[in-house]
Write a new protein. Structure first.
Length: 473
């Protein structure tokens, strides 16, 4: 039997662009992608940044051997700086790391911020123009400046570093954050509000947000200069506050409710006794007779918690002329409402809502949370009797904040509380630069509150309803 000849076939080269034939049954198999090469510049920058964090970490460890870090806050800052300087010089000599004097000074300041402050956040906290600091993850830190969000080059070493800073913040106000209690509210020494959430609830690592308030309380002149409100609107609001009119300030998140409340509270007479109630202390009232209350979360055993409702009841026993609640969020709205209807006039609070009418719908829902089976009709009557004015605040698309409505409660119609605008900001359009155009103006309605002002001996300028003001037109 003749042997079968074996034929060797050489493969011809495949022309460029010709698709590769796939084996039967492998039609859905994904093609392998060539490994992506890291750009040399990116790789070098990453290595430099990592080495920079390593240096700071080593300096921090060596500093612990020189200073008692637990008592470092009581040590003069200059002594701490000089000790850090010596550690830096020795470490750079040992490691033979070339570094200029300016770079050495920078690393000294950053380690100082790590020891005495909040690490990478310190430079941001020193900038007065920043209103929000938003840490999405250890390597993504955003800020809000003039109503616009911006990504910053600030970063933490890793998730553990970010968590350490969060723990440092909450420890200052006697709270803690861990897996058993992964959400926490706190405040900084300057009054800024802090909210943090950590794993397992935060999937990409710890997250932190800081709402800046600072020590400066915005003045009436600044509100007018920023075109947040026009002068006659402010005069009308001031008269309402002096006449002990109960005011509800409504708006969305970040619209400026607390800032407006701080500014409007300046018109409260200095001889009145004011009690403030908040979840996290943010209000900065300027009067001399102010008592501040703050809620307390329960401990691990679910004991010892004090909520706003309990504090409102306590405040009523302390002879207040006015009660100011930082924000109504739940069943405390019922106690606040009863306080307003039993002699504590001129009180103020804020609420999250998109319009004056929505604000009353939310208040009604909160009162029902008290679970006392109060008829809806009774709730509406009490709301209409207690609250006389609603100030609607909004953050517009260009980042500016405006008081877009000052509305008066006129009664109940069709099972809803009716309000009518006294002043408003009427939007017209947007400029080529993206600035919102509009006009502050009187609505044409004469407010019923004028009679109360007259009886109280409070006089308004004759032209208070005649003025109008154009914005970016």
């Amino acid at each position: 039997m003749a042997a079968k000849a074996t034929e060797t076939v050489a493969k011809a080269p495949r022309p460029a662009g010709t698709p590769v034939a796939k084996r039967p049954g492998a039609a859905n198999a994904p093609e392998r992608e060539a490994p992506k090469e890291r750009h040399p510049a990116t790789s070098n920058a990453a290595r430099t940044t990592d080495r920079y964090f390593e240096l700071k970490s080593e300096i921090h460890k060596k500093l612990i051997g020189v200073l008692d870090v637990d008592r470092v806050s009581s040590i003069p800052k200059e002594r701490v700086r000089s000790e850090i300087g010596r550690v830096v010089e020795k470490l750079l000599d040992d490691e033979r790391v070339p570094m200029t004097t300016a770079e050495q000074n920078k690393i000294v300041e950053e380690v100082l911020d790590e020891v005495l402050g909040l690490g990478p956040l310190e430079p941001l906290l020193k900038e007065a123009s920043i209103s929000d600091i938003l840490v999405n993850s250890f390597d993504k830190v955003f800020i809000e400046r003039q109503g616009r969000l911006q990504l910053t080059p600030v970063r933490f070493r890793d998730n553990a570093h970010l968590l350490h800073i969060i723990e440092k913040i909450v420890a200052q106000v006697g709270r803690r954050v861990d897996e058993a209690q992964p959400i926490v509210d706190a405040r900084l020494k300057d009054g800024s509000r802090v909210n943090a959430i950590i794993p397992p609830l935060a999937l990409d690592g710890p997250s932190l947000s800081i709402r800046r308030f600072g020590r400066h309380v915005i003045t009436s002149d600044e509100m007018i200069a920023n075109k947040t409100i026009m002068p006659t609107m402010l005069q009308f609001l001031a008269a309402c506050v002096q006449a002990k009119t109960t005011i509800l300030i409504s708006g969305g998140t970040g619209s400026g409710k607390t800032t407006t409340l701080n500014a409007v509270s300046r018109f409260i007479p200095s001889d009145e006794r004011i009690i403030t109630i908040e979840d996290t202390a943010e209000l900065q009232l300027q009067q001399r007779h102010v008592i501040k209350f703050e809620t307390r979360p329960p401990n691990l055993n679910k004991e010892g918690g004090i909520n706003q409702r309990q504090l409102v009841r306590t405040a009523l026993r302390m002879r207040p002329d006015r009660i100011v609640v930082g924000e109504c969020r739940g069943a405390e709205a019922l106690d606040m409402l009863q306080a307003m209807n039993t002699g504590v006039e001129g009180s103020m609070t804020t609420i999250h809502a998109n319009s004056p009418r929505d604000a009353f719908s939310r208040l009604e829902a909160m009162i029902l949370m008290a679970d006392l089976e109060i008829p809806t009709k009774v709730i509406l009557q009490q709301l209409a009797s207690a609250i006389k004015m609603v100030v609607q605040v909004s953050r517009l698309q260009d980042g500016s904040r405006k008081i877009i409505n000052i509305s008066e409660v006129i009664g109940i119609q069709h099972d809803h509380i009716e309000v009518r605008d006294i002043f408003r900001f009427r939007r017209i359009g947007v400029t080529a630069e993206g600035k919102v155009q509009g006009r502050f103006e009187w609505s044409g309605e004469t407010p019923a509150i004028l009679e109360r002002l007259r009886i109280g001996g409070i006089k308004l300028p004759a032209n208070v309803f005649d003025e109008a003001q154009d914005v970016n037109i």
